[in-house]
Design a protein around this ligand. Structure first.
Ligand SMILES: [Zn+2]
Length: 284
């Protein structure tokens, strides 16, 4: 069984005490069947750290570069230009995390919107999907993404989805709209919590072909590990719960969500090419 954690912060100091701690978490993830982990930046310096981490783990980790809505108020044009350059890095799979958060409201709303729009331009120019953080902000984010989707023709030029709605927290109707706009929906490990009835409804109503899985580690551990640090290995808990909700096998959930995630993250183009090169080298 293969799994992908499409959203973590495993490079971050909040996650790991030190390098050995992070490496051990990657080994536990591998043992749980996780073949690929995305680690996302939340501002310029953090995105640079995410890329450095992905470079140290070329067989297991890809990075995302972006300014989180919480950090929007501190992002200068110089930072956003630097992030666009970073987004072209081969180890960067996604522009993210980007979006709007009107729940915690740590940056003014107009700043959040400005930085989101600027990064949609980045994603278009570098031709990479986006990872969207939208919390209590779907009324604001959805029309912006709808206009962008229209501009992009509903897909990236290479046919990949436009992005992922990370830690999806709206209802099944919203999920259907985002899917129609060319996005996939990410199911977080909190789907295992007894109170996650809305998310369970989203999982029930959204075809598996449009779902990916994530931990957002270190945040939001699944029910079985509640109160502890979340980590990429626990993405298996989300897979098991999705299987239960959809009354299908965990193997089918793993296979399909992994295929979706690899497409989203461009795994076929970026990483298998290394394996192919190695194979060709061995043959020659
Ligand atoms: Zn996150």
């Amino acid at each position: 069984m293969r799994l992908v954690d499409t959203h973590s912060h495993i490079h971050d100091a909040e996650f790991a005490r030190d390098r050995a701690d992070a490496d051990a978490a990657i080994e536990r993830a591998r043992a749980a069947g996780v073949t690929l982990i995305a680690t996302l930046g939340v501002d310029r310096a953090d995105s640079e750290a995410a890329v450095a981490f992905a470079e140290r783990h070329p067989d297991a980790v890809v990075a995302a570069a972006g300014v989180h809505p919480h950090a929007a108020k501190d992002a200068s044009d110089v930072d956003l230009d630097a992030l666009e350059a970073l987004a072209r890095h081969p180890r960067v799979a996604l522009v993210g995390e980007i979006g709007m958060d009107l729940y915690r409201n740590l940056s003014p709303r107009d700043q959040q919107l400005r930085v989101l729009r600027r990064q949609l331009d980045t994603a278009r120019r570098v031709s990479k999907p986006i990872a969207v953080h939208a919390r209590e902000a779907h009324d604001e984010v959805m029309p912006v993404l709808a206009a962008w989707s229209h501009e992009m023709g509903g897909r990236l030029p290479d046919g990949r989805p436009l992005g992922v709605l990370h830690y999806f927290s709206a209802d099944a109707g919203r999920a259907r709209t985002y899917v129609a706009l060319g996005f996939v929906i990410s199911v977080h490990t909190s789907v295992t919590h007894p109170k996650a009835t809305q998310l369970a409804g989203v999982v029930r109503d959204t075809p598996l072909e449009h779902l990916v899985l994530e931990t957002d580690s270190p945040y939001g551990a699944p029910q079985r590990y509640r109160g502890t640090r979340n980590e990429p290995a626990y993405v298996a808990e989300a897979a098991a719960r999705v299987a239960e909700i959809k009354c299908i096998s965990i193997e089918e959930v793993a296979e399909t969500t992994t295929r979706n995630a690899e497409r989203l993250l461009g795994a076929g183009t970026m990483y298998e090419s290394t394996a192919l090169q190695t194979a060709r080298h061995a043959r020659d």
